[in-house]
Unconditional design. Structure first.
Length: 187
């Protein structure tokens, strides 16, 4: 199925999504990669506020390239999500609802997704120009010293994504290869 979602997204909306569904996402998305995640953890450990509201947030694991004249953002392809696995369960437990990236996730992240009714959406690797074209506005929120890994607030329209892990823990990284292997048996 295909869904059009607008942030903020409710847990009820997330519960309808199934692994393999397509999503066109619009609204506010925050960017943070591993260096920014380390700093988010430091703020949490110190009892300080985060640079954006975590409750119901959507975080895209991306380090965009510089924009060209007339562009809001440069290429904005996903980075490998596994690098955020050490941080993701804590953020999900504190209210984050959606993660966007590429690649499989650890068992601890899948457990946190289930526990919190969250989802993990996959962005198409190698299609950074397409992803960047969905960004209508950008604001750097903090940690400009991190360059492309600074935390940004994006306003996106119809960002094409795939439900990689749904709120029940079902994963295309498990079901996809299994379905392929089963198809070979039928031949």
């Amino acid at each position: 199925m295909e869904y059009r979602l607008q942030t903020p997204i409710t847990k009820e909306q997330l519960s309808l999504l199934r692994a393999g569904d397509r999503v066109l996402l619009s609204g506010t998305v925050y960017t943070a990669r591993d260096a920014a995640h380390k700093r988010l953890m430091e703020l949490l450990d110190a009892g300080q506020p985060l640079p954006f509201p975590l409750e119901g947030s959507v975080i895209y694991y991306v380090g965009p390239t510089p924009e060209q004249p007339g562009q809001v953002i440069g290429s904005a392809g996903p980075t490998t999500s596994g690098r955020m696995d050490a941080f993701s369960p804590r953020l999900l437990d504190l209210g984050q609802s959606v993660m966007i990236g590429k690649g499989g996730r650890s068992a601890a992240v899948v457990d946190a997704i289930r526990r919190n009714g969250a989802v993990y959406l996959a962005a198409m690797g190698g299609a950074g120009a397409l992803m960047g074209a969905c960004v209508e506005a950008l604001e750097v929120l903090c940690w400009e010293d991190l360059g492309c890994e600074a935390v940004r607030r994006l306003q996106v329209r119809d960002m094409p994504l795939t439900v990689a892990i749904d709120s029940t823990g079902e994963s295309i990284y498990d079901s996809g290869p299994a379905a392929y292997l089963n198809s070979l048996k039928d031949k």
